[in-house]
Design a protein around this ligand. Structure first.
Ligand code: TRP
Length: 344
């Protein structure tokens, strides 16, 4: 049986947390794919501020970053007339469904989540919140509310998607078909941009230890270029795609180049044959800078008119709520909540 979504197009939902600064990894692994697919699917892109508070946040910074991420969605090419852009906390159905799904998620499933273990290990044990533990359930609510068929995410979110599928299937089994069981949409290139300073770690938007770790989407262009020129490489000389962990730095630069230019690997290897790492870095820096230049111009345009973004987010929350409320109402019926009485 298929679930009625009222549209001939399949749905897509994804989100990014408004913590830290968005990196070229967010753009190459997620945003650029959202842009590409926005016409093919009925798309919902949220700024997940409720996920952000699973670790401590400064309130003023969180507000500022929430607007920044939404503006970066648009600057990256998401058209708010085509896709629905909204802030997660503006649609209360996310919190409501998350609670209900928490009651259908065995603790054992959450205990297996590697991202929780990693994040918890970085904090003092007595400050790790229950929210951080339940984070994947809120993510499942985000996805299932919209009956999303496809969820474009980076490679690191595979396990959370698997959990979402398990929760949806369990609920469907217990109460009858209620949720579309979503599929991860993970692109082959660019899914995993690694840190420039340490190519064994995924490029992160909240890395604070090294200023040479990531290129941020709003970095000054010269500075972005300098960071790439300083990227860690190795003491070999040939330039080729490789799984050799020792050579992860060179492979990462090549992957960035491949994702931006869209050229096949063999053509890229031929292009760099006989050239040195200096040339490789300069050319990678060049394509990154030319990717960022128009994005930043568009970002400045968007942020010069705050009322425009207010309007996009107001409309986005309305459209998202309509869809989300429909699913939530069905879920509440299924679990046996008494419908609210209206006074005559
Ligand atoms: N957990 C995701 C990340 O850190 C962000 C996220 C929250 C998300 N809700 C989502 C992604 C729903 C896809 C769909 O990348």
């Amino acid at each position: 049986m298929t679930i009625e979504t009222g549209s001939s197009k399949q749905r897509v939902l994804s989100g990014i947390q408004p913590s830290g600064n968005l990196t070229i990894g967010n753009y190459l692994g997620a945003l650029s794919q959202w842009v590409k697919e926005q016409h093919r699917y009925e798309s919902y892109f949220c700024v997940v501020d409720m996920h952000a508070i699973t670790v401590p946040q400064d309130p003023a910074t969180l507000r500022e970053k929430t607007r920044e991420v939404a503006a970066l969605y648009i600057a990256s090419g998401i058209d708010p007339q085509v896709a629905t852009i909204f802030v997660q906390s503006h649609v209360p159905a996310h919190a409501e469904l998350a609670w209900i799904l928490n009651c259908f998620t065995p603790i054992g499933w959450l205990n297996r989540m590697t991202q929780f273990k990693d994040k918890a290990a970085k904090q003092q044990a007595d400050t790790v919140s229950a929210g951080l533990f339940n984070y994947p359930v809120l993510m499942a609510a985000d996805i299932l509310l919209y009956q999303a068929h496809q969820v474009p995410v980076g490679d690191d979110q595979r396990q959370h998607l698997e959990l979402t599928r398990d929760v949806a299937q369990r609920f469907n089994y217990l109460y009858g078909e209620t949720f579309v069981v979503p599929e991860p949409m993970i692109r082959e290139t660019g899914a995993r941009v690694m840190g420039l300073d340490d190519p064994t770690k995924k490029m992160s938007k909240s890395e604070v230890d090294s200023q040479y770790h990531a290129v941020y989407l709003l970095d000054d262009l010269d500075w972005a270029s300098k960071k790439i020129m300083r990227a860690k490489t190795d003491s070999y000389t040939d330039i080729r795609f490789t799984n050799d962990p020792e050579r992860a730095g060179v492979n990462n630069l090549l992957e960035i180049y491949a994702t931006i230019t869209g050229q096949p690997h063999d053509a890229i290897e031929a292009h760099f044959a006989g050239k040195g790492y200096g040339v490789l870095k300069r050319e990678v820096a060049e394509v990154v800078v030319e990717m960022l230049r128009p994005l930043q111009a568009r970002y400045r345009e968007i942020t010069s008119d705050p009322a425009y973004l207010d309007g996009v987010l107001a409309q986005g929350a309305e459209r998202a709520s309509t869809v989300a409320e429909r699913t939530l109402k069905l879920v509440k019926e299924r679990v046996g909540f008494l419908p609210p009485y209206r006074r005559p």
